[in-house]
Design a protein around this ligand. Sequence first.
Ligand code: PMP
Length: 386
Amino acid sequence: MRDLLMIPGPVEFEPEVLQALGAPTLSHTDPAFIAVFGRALKRLREVCLAPSAQPFVVSGSGTLAMELAVANLVEPGDAALVVNTGYFSDRMAKILERHGALVTHVRAPPGDVPSLDAVETHLSKGGFKVLSVTHVDTSTGVLAPAEALVRAARKHGVLSVVDGVCATAAETFRQDAWEADVYLTASQKAVGVPPGLALLTVGPRAMEAWRKRKTPVASVYADFAEWLPIMEAYEAGKPAYFATPPVNLVAALDVSLGQILAEGMDARFARHQRMARAFRAAWKAMGLRLLPASDAVAANTLSAVYYPDGMDAALVGGVKGQGVVVAGGLHPDLKTRYFRVGHMNRVGPADVLSTVGALERALIAAGHRSEPGAAVAAAQASLIAG
Ligand code: PMP
């Protein structure tokens, strides 16, 4: 029997998306594929609410999307401000440093976000070229106030780079309206496609900064100079070759983005908020504590929850025994103390209730004292309240 996959990526995917992956592979110059790739690029722009941005779809994972953003924007000696909310902000800093950036971190304790004042204080000192934000840090389930941060960067003439790997197409994000410069993500979470695609929408100021570089991009595979003609050609209905596109993944992306747009971005953001609220009601009913410091900084795409006293990662195995796959911790300082449940993409009330039920059974089997059904009832009440 197949388990329900409720980790923070990869997630459960729609059958139509998986069918596109399993369809016979077309030539990358086939007119049918050219139409699909061109449409996927246009749809990516719509999903990111970024009509003025240049989309890039490249074979690779989210880490490549991070590296594409950095490799093209940063030149050795540039200063970068990292709004650090955990593991993936540290990864961004590592990539920035590898490309020669001088990195300043604005940190918060695990589970929290740095204050806007602290970020503004750094920005006011001047000299930064780039500010990076991890919209949702998947290691801690913390949601950063992306709009306020990118607007602060803009006010100070600093380019913003937002890591949306655990957020895009689930957490509210309006790239053009908020004047965010680079939005990067990957296929395997709320974008709804199995792992393998690095996705970016790059706004006009960031494209301009890339064009004005004095030094060449230090990687051929990551260079916009290689990819831009390809993206422009496919969008204009023509084939072009730099490196073989992942034909089936692009076809699957086109299907998923079409489904996402059919749901509507606002409806999709609201659904993720509703499901996250129901999960939070369930954790509370079970007497469990969230890792994020408050509901205001708790992501809608996953829950990071402390184990009850005396329990450890064995609980993850217990939940699997009940038919649902959840994940252990990831933040290096705390990873043995909490578990994570992803709630992205096609997640609906049935998944919420199944997952909460499985957790409740596993917890009670492990000796946790709670009333059987209390957490399911709390989730149910939250779902009914809407
Ligand atoms: N950023 C965030 C916020 C992530 O959650 C992840 C992956 N979990 C990454 C970057 C890296 O993506 P990938 O594992 O696809 O390389």
